[in-house]
Design a binder for this molecule. Structure first.
Ligand code: ZN
Length: 201
């Protein structure tokens, strides 16, 4: 067994960093060592930024985005077309679509997809909030931008049914999103093309 080279505080830092997506135990060790070496330039400012984020971050009561204000920066942005709502599974999809920069619209984050096998039903997702938002008026189009998985498509059908009868256009991402593909992993060109070429349901 290897002998300890650091105290429990740094071991704890390594263990926590290893839980960050994209970092495994090896990268976490490197990151931790870099942080402690750059104690004043990096570790301190990072700790401060994390404490502030931890204190302020929350879920937007309108769209489900995460932000430090409620309503979030997207919902309060008057330069966006709030009459168009892009429905996504996760905040990471919202960020991916924003990186693509194809639409200047509002969003609605579902928080997952319908998955009866995993016991995830409509009440576990932010679908009621979407229907209420659209029912309140002022929305012309809902673009369903869920992943091209079986669960994603089941969710898209369910949402389409729930919005039936409301005077809005409902569309979905065009093909070009690979089957089984997750939006977060698509390049920006593919994403923005899929949005521009969206098809009406
Ligand atoms: Zn919001």
């Amino acid at each position: 067994m290897a002998k300890r080279v650091t105290g429990p505080e740094i071991e704890k830092l390594i263990q926590l960093l290893a839980k960050v997506p994209g970092l495994g135990p090896r990268s976490a060790r490197r990151a931790a060592l870099h942080l402690v070496k750059k104690k004043d330039q990096l570790l301190g400012p990072l700790a401060d930024a994390m404490a502030i984020a931890h204190e302020k971050v929350g879920t937007c009561s309108i769209c489900g985005n995460v932000d430090t204000s409620d309503p979030c920066s997207v919902c309060t942005d008057v330069t966006r077309d709030q009459g168009v709502i892009i429905v996504v599974e996760d905040v990471s999809d919202l960020w991916a679509l924003e990186r693509a920069g194809a639409m200047n619209a509002a969003y609605h984050v579902l928080g997952g997809t319908l998955s009866p096998l995993d016991g995830i039903g409509p009440d576990d997702l932010n679908i009621r909030g979407l229907v209420d938002r659209v029912s309140a008026g002022g929305v012309r189009e809902v673009i369903i931008a869920v992943n091209a998985t079986v669960e994603g498509q089941t969710t898209a059908h369910y949402i389409t049914d729930q919005l039936a009868g409301l005077e809005i256009k409902i569309s979905r991402l065009a093909h070009g999103v690979p089957v089984g593909g997750e939006l977060d992993y698509l390049d920006e060109g593919t994403l923005s093309a899929a949005l521009r070429a969206r098809t009406a349901i």
